[in-house]
Design a protein around this ligand. Structure first.
Ligand code: ATP
Ligand code: MG
Length: 278
């Protein structure tokens, strides 16, 4: 068990030009808890996850990790905090022509000086390889230790990304759409695995997911994000279908579920729909 890190966002806004990817978002994620992020494309999920690990600094507002305000710590401390947050990216971010073992070992590079990292990476000790093997066993692909990563299936590569995050000895796991590119059965396995390992290790887990059934099946709390705003933040079992429908409804522009629901009930006459934009 590790000391899990908690996260707080206080009135966090992230602007890209005129786009508010996040708009005064406040969120409290307790150490060791599990949260799912849901909502339509462009809603701000990736931006929020990046804000949590400090890779996307807010335009305004404050982010705390393990009680430390990211904007106020030294670069060294920021690097230390980040190196213990396992981040599984939307595109997994593995190096395709490296062997699985090396992709996993890469997880700890942020925690060592350059020379030591390079040595550990090029010539991993037996102890390190044993540890990597143990992690691969944990995620169910121990036979792939020396396989080239690009020869693995999409689902197996997801497991490599998870093993790499675990090799960081993380205080929290952040996963951005970790099951975007695999079949439904494997997607279910992976989300189940992420939720179970986080629970067993006492890690904080925050994961974005487009698959609502999986989000509802494995995450006890869901945050709905739309147009950069939190539309709901509730215990999963208390969220009904209408709330989800409103979150994903097409056509709503201002990011409020209530308005989205209204637009759903009152579609514009078909004759008025314009495709040419003119
Ligand atoms: N680096 C960037 N530069 C400019 N705009 C950006 C950048 N990153 C995100 N955005 C914009 O911010 C908004 C939120 O993007 P974000 O990637 O957080 O959405 P998302 O919920 O993760 O979407 P998806 O479900 O498609 O992954 C979008 O309008 C996006 O175009
Ligand atoms: Mg995204």
């Amino acid at each position: 068990m590790v000391d899990a890190a908690g996260f707080q966002l206080e009135d966090v806004t992230v602007r890209f030009g005129t786009v508010r990817a996040l708009d005064t978002v406040s969120l409290d994620i307790a150490p060791g808890s599990a949260v799912g992020l849901v909502g339509p494309s462009g809603g701000g999920k990736t931006t929020l996850l990046k804000a949590l690990n400090g890779s996307q600094p807010p335009t305004s507002g404050r982010v705390r990790v393990a009680g430390r305000a990211l904007g106020e710590v030294s670069r060294g401390e920021l690097r230390g905090l980040r190196s213990h947050i396992g981040f599984i990216h939307q595109g997994l971010d593995l190096v395709p022509n490296l062997r699985v073992a090396h992709n996993v070992i890469a997880g700890r590079l942020g925690q060592m000086g350059f020379a030591r990292s390079l040595g550990a990476f090029l010539f991993p000790s037996r102890a390190v390889l044993r540890e990597v093997h143990g992690l691969l066993e944990r995620v169910g692909i121990e036979d792939k230790l020396f396989e080239r990563t690009d020869r693995l299936s999409g689902g197996e590569q997801q497991r490599v990304a998870l093993a790499r995050a675990l090799f960081q000895r993380p205080t929290a796991l952040i996963a951005d759409e970790p099951v975007a590119s695999v079949d439904p059965a494997r997607a279910r396995d992976t989300v189940e695995l992420l939720a179970r390992i986080s629970r067993e290790e006492g890690l904080t887990l925050c994961m974005s997911l487009h698959n609502l059934d999986l989000a509802r099946g494995f995450l006890p709390r869901l945050v709905g994000l739309r147009a950069g705003r939190v539309v709901f933040d509730r215990a999963t079992r208390s969220i009904d279908d209408a709330t989800f429908d409103a979150l994903y409804a097409l056509g709503a522009r201002n990011g409020r579920a209530e308005d989205a629901a209204t637009e759903l009930r009152e579609p514009p006459p078909i004759g008025e729909a314009r495709l040419d934009g003119g």
